[in-house]
Ligand binder design. Structure first.
Ligand SMILES: NC(=O)c1ccc[n+]([C@@H]2O[C@H](COP(=O)([O-])OP(=O)(O)OC[C@H]3O[C@@H](n4cnc5c(N)ncnc54)[C@H](O)[C@@H]3O)[C@@H](O)[C@H]2O)c1
Length: 395
């Protein structure tokens, strides 16, 4: 089978779906790789490295789509809501597509992919199980976002992060608060600590406490308990407005005492809860920084302007999207390893194995045979369950 890697076409996207290092492993698994010329250049992977590792280059994008049995992209049509539709006419019946497709975004987009006869797999829907861990692209990207959020904050804050004792006096360490200690939040704690800051974190999932502490962070305990804080897939569950109101009241003092607040409290497929209000921002010291990793879904801070950096009440609020994309070399390397593991799982004896009893296949498969087939996606968009869908599929 032939795996095709087109150049990413989302404006300013620098990542690439596969890096040269994974090509020999794929070849061993019986997969040949064709790459659009220049696809890896902006991430730091020149064409020559792909060729050295055994890939073939194709200059013409349409030709690449025609040649490939499986297309591997970072931002497929769907996740690429700006220019992604350009690829639709290039896709052909029976072709497989792997990448970020934003399965809970717009139904029409998914239907358009289905109508092309494409068998698409959404990396966002990868189950959070030990077996699927090596294929979990969301966690890879979240790790980079957490790191990058701290680096951005350190670059913006008019203070240093570490405690320093110098002949000119002692400098107190920066206080960094992380709200939402998932993968991104935990990496933010680790990075803030490496830079010498005092890090504390809050999460509504009680299980997060131990993880925060194991990274040397202080866990902020609030005297409220979330109802079913975590769903069966390990994600945080949406709470009611009364709960969020109480959280805001209780978090106010801790936010005011922090130099940097990194918010990463997201709920898949939902607007992010507002946990930092305008009033809370007003009480922060001048020069403080908020990095809102939930900006794409509205933001955890009331004053976040999605995709922008704003200064309000002397506090810089960074709502920039796609922080993982700003570290394209390593984002591509991690993603390529995730996808390569998925490909090895998916392709057996030169064929796609679409065994729906396999949780990894069942949960990530979005379109097949002209239809949106994923049970979770269908339920999300209010579509009737398919008769042939296996019980419990992806829900
Ligand atoms: N393969 C695996 O086993 C696997 C893979 C990835 C993550 N995980 C685990 O799943 C958990 C969630 O990680 P994630 O990165 O997917 O999280 P996420 O990106 O879905 O959400 C971020 C965090 O925000 C928290 N949150 C949401 N609303 C909140 C609120 N109102 N107040 C406070 N916190 C709020 C959530 O509890 C979550 O921890 C972590 O414990 C992580 O280690 C396991």
């Amino acid at each position: 089978m032939i795996v095709g890697v087109p150049k990413e076409i989302y404006p300013k996207e620098r990542r690439v779906g596969l890096v040269p290092a994974v090509i020999p492993t794929l070849k061993k698994a019986g997969l040949d790789v064709v790459v659009e010329s220049g696809a890896g250049l902006a991430a730091g992977y020149p064409d020559s490295e792909y060729v050295e590792k055994g890939a073939q280059l194709i200059g013409d994008r349409a030709e690449l789509f025609k040649t490939a049995d499986i297309i591997v992209q970072f931002l497929c049509y769907g996740a690429n809501d700006v220019t992604g539709s350009q690829d639709l006419p290039l896709m052909h019946k029976g072709q497989a597509l792997i990448g970020f497709v934003r399965p809970l975004g717009t139904l029409k987009t998914l239907q358009e992919i289905a109508e092309r006869g494409v068998t698409s797999f959404s990396v966002e829907l990868m189950p959070r199980t030990t077996r699927a861990q090596s294929m979990d692209a969301l966690s890879s990207m979240a790790t980079i976002c957490g790191y990058r959020a701290v680096v951005l904050a350190a670059d913006t804050l008019p203070r240093m992060f570490p405690m320093l004792t110098t002949a000119a006096g002692t400098i107190a360490p920066a206080r960094v608060l992380i709200i939402g200690a998932g993968v991104a939040g935990l990496q933010a704690i680790a990075t803030a600590r490496r830079l010498g800051a005092v890090a504390s974190a809050y999460d509504m999932r009680p299980a997060a406490k131990e993880q925060v502490q194991s990274l040397g962070g202080r866990f902020v305990e609030l005297p409220i308990e979330a109802k079913d804080a975590q769903d069966a897939r390990g994600y945080g569950k949406a709470q009611d407005e009364t709960f969020y109101q109480k959280q805001r009241e209780l978090l106010g003092k801790t936010v005011a005492e922090s130099d940097v607040v990194i918010t990463a409290a997201v709920i898949p497929g939902k607007q992010s809860p507002v946990l930092v209000t305008q009033d809370m921002v007003k009480k922060m010291a001048p020069g403080s920084v908020i990095v809102d990793l939930a900006a794409e879904r509205g933001g955890n801070c009331e004053l976040t302007k999605p995709s922008e950096v704003v200064v309000e009440h002397n506090v810089t609020i960074i709502g920039v999207f796609n922080l993982a994309g700003t570290v394209p070399y390593h984002a591509s390397a991690l993603y390529a390893r995730n996808v390569s593991a998925f490909l090895q799982h998916l392709v057996r004896d030169g064929k796609l194995q679409l065994d729906l009893k396999d949780e990894i296949i069942r949960e990530t498969l979005v379109t097949q045979g002209g239809e949106v087939v994923n049970a979770r996606v269908r339920e999300f968009f209010g579509l009737l369950a398919l008769q042939s869908a296996p019980a419990g599929g992806g829900a």
